[in-house]
Design a protein around this ligand. Sequence first.
Ligand code: PMP
Length: 285
Amino acid sequence: YDDRDGKIWMDGVLVDWRAANVHILSHALHYASSVFEGERAYNGRIFRSTDHSERLLNSGRLLEMDIPWSAAEIDRAKEQVLAANGLSDAYIRAIAFRGVGEEMGVASLGNPVRLAIAAWEWGAYYGAAREEGARLDMAKWRRPSPETIPSEAKAAGLYMICTMSKHAALARGCSDALMLDYRGYVAEATGANIFFVREGEVHTPLADCFLNGITRQTVLQLLRDMQVRVHERHILPDELDSFEQCWLTGTAAEVTPVRQIGRWHFEPGEMSRRVAAEYHRLVRA
Ligand code: PMP
């Protein structure tokens, strides 16, 4: 993805896409000291832009990484990137990371914290599954305890097991993997949160050890507005049998129905369709 035209914002300036490089001895590359955001713009407007900028700053704080920009400056930089690339419907990726210091090692006291922002056109995350319903595999890896890693952060280190889980799922013909948490409760997919429906009520895992997605929060509000009863709680995989519908939420995934998780089957039903339609209406409003 490095050989194309366009501009990427790096540390306050727009640079050519092909020149947006970092040195091989950057701390982030060796020790996963980076935090990032995924956002979407619809009709030229970034959905919940400031919430994403603030989450980025907060992820940095959780890693004791002081990002030298304010949320308002980050918001403006994202606008600049969209304009420079002539984009109106796009995916935006901001990444803050520890660069190169005086010494090379685990400690990163003098290394600058750098920020880069890129944007590009990106269609449906799960492709045709957005209409047909995604098939998920059960992941072998579990979301770690919040005492093991700052699990609230959108930090690179948390994605190592996501990539491995997703590769295993793709090799089995699935779109993604469902990860359990360290206690064995249903947690999330590798880049999206999960919701279930039973007898007209919604059940979703309590976000106490994984990313409480901005799309998840948006969808919870939509459900409240629709007067749907929602249970945020611990869900055991044994319960998957009892759910009729299931969908995933995420900036990239938007609202994608799920038709299968391992041996369990779901109907992309009425509630999934309504939530997806309401979400699409809202992001373009
Ligand atoms: N969980 C993980 C692991 C993710 O990477 C994402 C995508 N950022 C989500 C959940 C959904 O978060 P959001 O709705 O904020 O995009």
